[in-house]
Write a protein that binds this ligand. Structure first.
Ligand code: GLN
Length: 187
């Protein structure tokens, strides 16, 4: 059976875990490099991307994680997780995994108080996908290998590039497991 790792540093770890468990798959909180050997794919939850990046370095996890993902391990970044995957972050030199050919702008949808929920039409999914935006990043531009799976107000908010999937929003904070299923089918 597939085991989905969830980066166990901060953010909505339990919620992602619950979504994956509802699909009947194993989960493992990834806290050290040795955990990477036990998983088939990894979810990078939301949180605070600057602090997550620093902690990845402190735990000695940044280099091995980058190597595993660059080597083809499927990775799904949500919100701050998307920022960690991005090659380019507008106006920031913060440390990142940096493997996805997207340019993101942090907090582009406003503050915590501006959080909102909307239904997205997603390529490949039949039903509309409920999406929770919390201090979400916006994708300002993207490379030729990046496929846009959903947009909100003409900006992409769900994108895929080979083994990488990234969402500006939090799919784990809704009842829908459709996007988690999509990710596990990439494995
Ligand atoms: N604004 C946060 C950041 O820049 C992301 C917010 C979130 O993950 N909900 O890291």
């Amino acid at each position: 059976m597939k085991t989905i790792g969830i980066l166990g540093i901060q953010g909505a770890i339990e919620e992602h875990e619950a979504s994956i468990r509802r699909l009947g798959l194993n989960t493992l909180w990834v806290k050290g490099a040795e955990d990477l050997k036990k998983i088939d794919g990894i979810i990078l939850p939301g949180g605070e991307s600057t602090s997550m990046g620093k902690q990845l370095e402190w735990f000695g996890l940044m280099a091995p994680l980058r190597k595993a993902i660059a080597g083809g391990m499927p990775a799904f970044g949500t919100c701050a997780g998307m920022i960690l995957l991005a090659k380019d972050i507008e106006g920031s030199t913060q440390t990142r995994i940096g493997l996805m050919d997207i340019l993101v702008r942090r907090n582009a949808y406003g503050s915590q108080l501006d959080s909102f929920v909307t239904d997205l039409k997603v390529k490949g999914l039949k039903a509309p996908l409920p999406a929770v935006f919390i201090r979400a990043p916006r994708i300002e531009s993207y490379g030729p290998e990046v496929e846009v799976l959903a947009s909100y107000k003409s900006h992409p908010v769900l994108v895929r590039e080979k083994n990488l999937l990234a969402a500006s929003f939090h799919p784990e904070l809704t009842e829908s497991t459709a996007l988690h299923r999509y990710f596990t089918e990439m494995i």
